[in-house]
Design a protein around this ligand. Structure first.
Ligand SMILES: [Zn+2]
Ligand SMILES: [Zn+2]
Length: 220
């Protein structure tokens, strides 16, 4: 969740998001938009529940920025449930660039097993790069140079994998394109056990290294 003045943007809506939103006290109707990186269930599993909650709370149509196949999936599921079809209000926007309030959004494709988008969000005072699911790659990391990078780190050090990130392959890029702050997210259980080593590997290349946790917040 990114909060800027009056604008609330939710980036991805995986399973558990609705529950956590409730714990933050944010009303589903306060969301200005949801940005979905890709259709995997850990990134959009609660989206339909969010849309239904918004209907039940009497909210407006929700803008969902996403790759085209995410829209296809949402509308196919809504089609199955006549009561949702009649009531849920959603606008799926596939444009890769947009202005949402005073925030400029640009998305670029990542390196993943399905179409996935990284989001670059920028206001007059800050720039935040969300990697989505991906291997690290130059075009993304150079946009994060000197800015805040929220990057996945699914696997532990020395793990051989494609379409996702390990601390080793992320390190190659952040040495070249130093983000001011690095927030690691999407750690699988086997990576969680290596947090101390990951911290040692990466913290020398950024001013601030944070491991994302549910309900954790920080100022940009
Ligand atoms: Zn994925
Ligand atoms: Zn994922």
């Amino acid at each position: 969740m990114l909060v800027e003045d009056e604008i609330l943007l939710l980036v991805d809506c995986g399973l558990g998001t609705l529950f956590r939103l409730g714990q933050t006290g944010i009303d589903v109707n306060d969301l200005d938009a949801v940005l979905i990186t890709h259709h995997h269930i850990d990134h959009m599993g609660d989206l339909l529940g969010l849309l239904k909650a918004r209907w039940l709370e009497g909210g407006d149509s929700l803008s969902v920025y996403a790759p085209p196949d995410v829209g296809d999936i949402i509308f196919k599921i809504i089609e199955i449930y006549p009561y949702l079809k009649e009531n849920v209000k959603v606008k799926v926007i596939t444009d890769p660039v947009a202005k949402i309030g005073d925030i400029f959004m640009k998305s670029i494709p990542t390196i993943h097993s399905v179409e996935c988008r990284a989001y670059i969000l920028e206001s007059k005072d800050w720039k935040v790069v969300f990697s989505g699911d991906t291997e690290p790659f130059k075009e993304l990391l150079e946009r994060a140079e000197g800015n805040i990078l929220i990057h996945e780190c699914s696997f532990p050090p020395r793990f051989k994998v494609s379409n996702h990130t390990t601390p080793d392959n992320l390190l190659q890029y952040i040495r070249l394109h130093r983000p001011s702050s690095l927030v690691l997210t999407h750690l699988y259980p086997q990576a969680m056990e290596w947090r101390d080593e990951i911290q040692k590997m990466l913290s020398g290349s950024v001013d601030l290294l944070i491991f994302a946790e549910d309900l954790k917040s920080f100022e940009v």
